[in-house]
Design a protein around this ligand. Structure first.
Ligand code: ADP
Ligand code: ASP
Ligand code: MG
Length: 620
């Protein structure tokens, strides 16, 4: 068999660890396998290099950062190779450039285009173990869009922090390896980060879709792009501890169509356009902004056995919030009755001055979605969706995003036009797999729904910031402008929420739009939006960097009313206020204040019964 083994920083953090890795590789070879080893830099080397650069420059050039950071892996491949040779095992170390891991010319965040396999195969045939530097590649041209450039202009690139996982899975795909093993400092994928919740439990397997969400929502045990490649190319993937012989966690993927091994990471981003015209929207305006409100509302809705689909809660305005959600049309009446009954109850003495919450129902809506694992980390894809809808004259009422799906709620009468525009934009032929009215639109998730628990894992992301733009004119094309601008500057947006409340200012109806971005991008995003505000007649741009995003993920939550309510309830019981809510079929995310992030993670993990009796201790 051909096996790709990847060892992370802590697994090669010392001489002893490197020797232990060599032993494991040696044993795998002796068992009759060919082995390609991918390694990270030793321990916290990469962090150290980042600090060093920061001492010289506040804003170092990205090319030089790649030159610097790629050195970490060059040290560890040589040492692992020597350790193997000491055991009498022939081995050779190769940098990304020596292998021919060809990437785009995007320094510090390059995507892999293709991998030359000849040199590796030659060494394997000679009985050697090939030790490849993770996280790095070489760009084919200074500008991927220009004509091929002379070889002397090839540049060292890196794939982004944590990218060695991606190198390993891409190599496994290119070499058509039997499987890829990711060795790390935990025994596999756990229900949450054991450093924050020691009672987290190990799972024996998880679906790619679930892992994609968890990884991109903050579980750094796997790089999301590694999961994407595994999913797209059907690479069997397992995460294991390099300290033990335990079997680890398998990441399972649905059967795949054969794909060409070119443009590995930039193949078609969207696989399908889906729509659902059997939805209705309920919005509650002016609900008080304090802990427990969402819990009460959705608790009551769950008790009536109403399954909600999208939920969004926009940022507060004064001391109130808006919460909107969609349900299937047949249960609309029931949902509406619950919302109407609870609206007056939500008001307490303290809120006596505020106006009573108002319930708005809209029946003639449709949900259109684009789906595909290739959209991960590519902000241009969502922006293109919004632009296509704008061009078709379709106004967007609600937006919900997940790692592999963007859904927009629109007017039902515009659905056909929207779907046609999206199919054309993303070159999707209409196919019988595209669901029409009524059916739940995630066949894979739905299939596993009956077997998986509603909540598989919980993740915390403390590296996000929230941005809000006040008073954005409510007209066709605004989302396209806004997110197009950010996408042009390579800023990925995560949760996107438009307020339900409309204000008429200067005779124009306006809404607030809030979203989250990585904290590192927040300042740049703010400046870009402020510069554009005048031209597009937007209001103030506000940044809140002190947020945490806590999310639950599980394919089994499809068709399980009450999961959201239970999450909100857990937060309410601990007096944690929810600032924003966004959901997709298999995840629910809440934004809370940063200092409450860890607590929120712990109480949610406990609420869903994910805690075990054993405590994990992560090796230092
Ligand atoms: P490596 O250096 O091997 O790539 P990382 O530090 O990148 O290791 O990833 C492993 C770490 O991911 C663990 O030590 C753990 O703290 C963290 N982690 C976060 N979420 C999870 C989870 N759901 N399951 C396992 N580990 C997790
Ligand atoms: N050494 C790189 C980092 O620390 C890549 C990796 O470890 O995956 O981000
Ligand atoms: Mg890692």
């Amino acid at each position: 068999m051909l096996i790709v083994q990847k060892y992370g920083g802590t697994s090669v953090g010392s001489v002893e660890r490197i020797q232990a890795v060599a032993q494991r590789v040696y044993k795998t070879v002796k068992a009759g396998n060919s082995v390609v080893v991918v390694v990270s830099a030793m321990g916290k080397t990469t962090d150290g290099l980042v600090k060093l650069a920061a001492e010289i420059s506040k804003n170092p050039c990205r090319r030089e950062m790649d030159m610097l950071l790629s050195t970490g892996e060059q040290v560890s491949i040589a040492l692992v190779s020597m350790a193997l040779q000491e055991l009498g095992q022939p081995a050779i170390s190769l940098t990304g450039a020596q292998v021919g891991i060809v990437t785009e010319a995007e320094h510090t965040r390059a995507r892999i285009l293709h991998i030359e396999t000849e040199r590796i195969k030659k060494h394997l045939q000679q009985g050697k173990v090939v030790v490849v530097a993770g996280f790095q590649g070489i760009s084919s041209t200074p500008d991927a869009r220009s004509a091929a450039s002379p070889r002397e202009e090839w540049e060292i690139t890196t794939l982004g922090r944590g990218g060695s996982d991606t190198s390993a899975v891409a190599l496994a795909a290119a070499l058509e390896a039997n499987f890829c093993e990711i060795y790390t400092d935990v025994p596999g994928i756990l229900t949450t980060d054991p450093r924050l919740v020691p009672e987290a439990q190990l799972m024996s397997e998880i679906t790619c879709d679930e892992m994609l969400e968890l990884a991109s929502l903050g579980a750094k045990v796997l790089h999301p792009r590694a999961v994407e490649i595994a999913r797209n190319f059907g690479v069997p993937l397992v995460v294991r501890s390099s300290w033990t012989e335990d079997p680890g966690t398998w990441v399972t993927s649905p059967p795949v169509k054969q794909r060409p091994l070119v443009n590995l990471e930039i193949a078609r981003p969207v696989d399908d356009v889906q729509f659902d015209t059997n939805q209705a929207k309920i919005a509650l305006l002016r609900v008080p902004d304090r802990p427990g409100v969402a819990a009460r509302l959705f608790g009551e809705i769950a008790r009536q056995d109403v399954d909600v689909d999208l939920i969004i809660q926009s940022i507060h305005e004064g001391n109130t919030n808006d919460i909107a959600f969609t349900v299937m049309t047949p249960i609309l009446k029931k949902a509406e009755a619950v919302a109407a009954a609870i609206a007056p109850v939500l008001r307490t003495q303290k809120d006596a001055q505020t106006q009573q919450a108002e319930v708005i129902v809209q029946q003639d809506i449709a949900k259109v979605s684009i789906v595909g694992a290739g959209m991960i980390g590519r902000p241009g894809v969502a922006a293109k969706m919004f632009a296509s809808l704008a061009q078709a004259g379709v106004n967007i009422q609600m937006i919900s995003t997940s790692e592999i799906k963007v859904s927009c709620v629109i007017n039902a009468c515009e659905c056909d036009r929207a779907v046609a525009a999206l199919r054309q934009a993303f070159e999707i032929e209409s196919s019988p797999t595209t669901s029409s009215a009524g059916a739940t639109t995630l066949p894979e998730a739905a299939k596993s729904a009956s077997t998986s628990p509603p909540v598989r894992g919980v993740a915390l992301d403390m590296n996000q910031a929230r941005l809000a733009i006040r008073q954005v004119p409510d007209r066709v094309g605004m989302a396209a402008k806004l997110f197009g601008l950010l996408a042009e500057n390579n800023i990925s947006v995560d949760m996107i929420i438009q307020s339900q409340r409309c204000h008429i200012i200067n005779k124009i109806p306006r809404r607030d739009i809030a979203f989250t971005v990585s904290r590192a991008d927040a300042q740049q995003a703010k400046e870009l939006l402020q510069q554009a505000a005048g031209e597009h007649d937007w209001g103030e741009v506000i940044v809140d960097p002190a947020i945490a995003k806590v999310s639950i993920v599980g394919a089994g939550m499809v068709g399980h009313p009450g999961v959201a309510a239970k999450m909100f309830e857990a937060l309410a019981q601990h007096q944690i206020n929810i600032q924003m809510i966004a959901t997709s079929e298999i995840k629910i995310s809440c934004v809370v204040a940063q200092q409450e992030g860890v607590k929120a993670l712990q109480v949610i993990h406990a609420t869903f019964g994910l805690a075990g009796s054993k405590k994990f201790i992560v090796p230092a």
